[in-house]
Design a protein around this ligand. Structure first.
Ligand code: NDP
Length: 246
């Protein structure tokens, strides 16, 4: 198989770590960003102990300048970015009638504006080389909405509009653009939810359990595969049947 250069944003988190391992296991050279020196060092040590040598670049995806700088550093060290996974994300939940403006802007900046900031510096190179894979990690709640998540659902739904437009613009240039919409995954974010609330969520999932980060990573591996060249503008639901259709 061809070894590619992959950039996974937010790779030090629960789902991002699994995505990085999957892409590295497929033989790709993988980079991710970090913001806190201390957290990044602990993460890199653990990854090294597991046998993964990942390039870490410092930067915040809400800044277009920092995103461009990260891409430049990765390309200087590993070569052109051929697989981009827009995975960095946050939640700042609250019902809309009480939502503060910074809860809205922080979530839109991190989950949606970041997608512009990071994709923009890689897209021209992908078009020129006639090969690229761009994958957005959206959410089940960007499809069905969620109480207390007007900000998050708006950002995650925005990723779908971005995906299907970019897919059209770049289809003739060998660049595929797709979205994955995870359901509830057993990461720190979801395990922090009170147990009785989590039990209600699980009871609503047809498979009767939360998903694993590795199950999301499997989807990223699939969509970034050489053979996935005719899959573009699609949304892959990985949610245990929790939400079906639009
Ligand atoms: P985590 O909180 O574990 O990881 C989020 C990652 O994003 C961290 O590495 C974090 O870095 C990074 N990040 C956040 N803000 C920024 C920023 N401004 N600039 C750069 N990096 C940033 O989340 P998960 O792994 O659970 O989620 C990953 C993605 O999957 C997110 O987009 C989330 O919305 C989505 N998702 C998750 C679900 C779940 O059940 N967990 C369900 C559906 C979707 P730092 O350490 O610096 O904060």
């Amino acid at each position: 198989m061809t070894s590619r250069v992959a950039f996974v944003t937010g790779g030090t988190g629960g789902i991002g770590t699994a995505i990085i391992k999957r892409l590295a296991d497929m033989g790709h050279k993988v980079a991710t960003n970090y913001r806190s020196e201390e957290r990044a060092r602990a993460w890199a040590d653990k990854m090294k102990a597991d046998g993964y040598d990942i390039l870490l670049v410092k930067g915040d995806v809400t800044s277009a300048d920092e995103a461009a700088g990260m891409v430049q550093e990765i390309e200087g060290k590993l070569g052109p970015v051929e697989i981009l996974v827009n995975n960095a994300g946050i939640t700042r939940d609250g019902t809309f009638h009480k939502m503060k403006s910074d809860q809205w802007t922080d979530v839109i900046n991190t989950n949606l504006n970041s997608v512009f900031n990071v994709t923009r510096p890689v897209i021209e190179g992908m078009r020129d080389r006639k090969w690229g894979r761009i994958i957005q990690i959206s959410s089940i709640n960007g499809l069905k909405g969620q109480y207390g998540q007007a900000n998050y659902a708006a950002a995650k739904a925005g990723m779908h509009g971005f995906t299907i437009s970019l897919a059209r613009e770049n289809a003739r240039n060998g660049v595929t653009v797709n979205t994955i919409s995870p359901g509830y995954i057993a990461t720190d974010m979801v395990m922090a939810v009170p147990e009785e609330v989590r039990a209600k969520i699980v009871a609503d999932i047809p498979t009767g359990r939360l998903g694993t980060p590795e199950e999301i990573a499997f989807g990223v591996g699939f969509l970034s595969d050489e053979q996935a060249g005719w899959i573009t503008g699609s949304n892959l639901d990985i949610n245990g049947g929790h939400h079906m259709g639009w």
